[in-house]
Design a protein. Structure first.
Length: 278
């Protein structure tokens, strides 16, 4: 894998390699010395910037006594090429969500569009549970772990980052989990909307067709890495970090911003729905 700028797949690979090293109880400096590497070379690899060969990756994993399944996963990540990193759900839904969590933890700005349900980062636990239970991609064995992984995502909602959520009005009218859960979810949106680092803007039903018809997505920006677009489908999720794709989704967000209600108007819409449920 040639030395290059960090990408989604590169960082996912780096996170796995870091975990393999941590499992040895040795420091990165000690590992580098044992392998005869410069510490900067190991640091670049763990940052997802490449700079190592597959033979060197195998050598490191062998030294760390990494289990076969994890070794094979990391080698597959190492060989990953292209403009999109694809995670298939199958029986690994919690791991799929963890990849998203890893990206969100490093971001300093998130813009999200949600057309059908409340944006994931703003969902309360009962709402998450109701949505996840209906997902055909989540088996009964994986249900609890997936719910917990999605709840964990909300931990990134702090003042060190900024968030802009565009949500279609129809998503607010969907009675997920029954009236009590629906009511508490709307109240939660109102509580979150007054935080200075969170902007919630409603796209009203009255505008008709809009730029977001292709589906939900989120755009994540980072202090040191190129922006990443995350898109989730029934059987897989995709992470894009090539400029052309990112530019396309940024244009969609600009179009949505042009038709969305402002923050105060959006709070009024949410509050009017909530009052109708009292």
């Amino acid at each position: 894998m040639p030395k290059r700028s960090s990408s989604v797949v590169g960082r996912e690979f780096g996170n796995g390699m870091r975990a393999a090293i941590d499992a040895t109880g040795m420091t990165q400096r000690e590992i580098a010395v044992e392998l005869g590497w410069q510490e900067a070379k190991l640091s670049d690899m763990l940052a997802g910037k490449g700079g190592v060969t597959e033979t060197e990756v195998r050598e490191l994993l062998a030294y760390c006594r990494t289990p076969r399944a994890e070794r094979d996963r990391l080698l597959e990540l190492f060989r990953e090429q292209g403009n999109a990193f694809v995670r298939f759900t199958d029986d690994g839904v919690p791991e799929q969500v963890q990849t998203l969590i890893n990206q969100e933890r490093e971001t300093n700005e998130v813009e999200a569009w949600s057309m059908v349900v409340v944006p994931g980062l703003l969902q309360i636990r009962d709402y998450i549970a109701a949505v996840t239970a209906k997902a055909r991609t989540v088996s009964a064995d994986n249900l609890a772990a997936t719910i917990e992984a999605r709840v964990a995502r909300t931990e990134i909602l702090d003042y060190n980052r900024t968030f802009t959520f565009y949500v279609h009005e129809q998503a607010l009218w969907l009675p997920v989990g029954g009236e009590e859960v629906w009511r508490e979810q709307l109240a939660h949106l109102l509580r979150m909307s007054v935080r200075k680092y969170i902007s919630i803007r409603v796209v009203p039903r009255s505008i008709g067709v809009h730029a977001g018809l292709s589906g939900d997505f989120r755009l994540m920006k980072f202090p040191k890495y190129p922006p990443v677009v995350y898109v989730e489908s029934v059987k897989c999720c995709l992470f894009f970090d090539d400029k052309e794709t990112v530019d396309t989704y940024e244009s969609i967000l600009k179009d949505l911003a042009a038709v969305a209600l402002d923050e105060e108007q959006s709070r009024a819409v949410i509050n009017s729905i909530l009052e109708g449920l009292q």
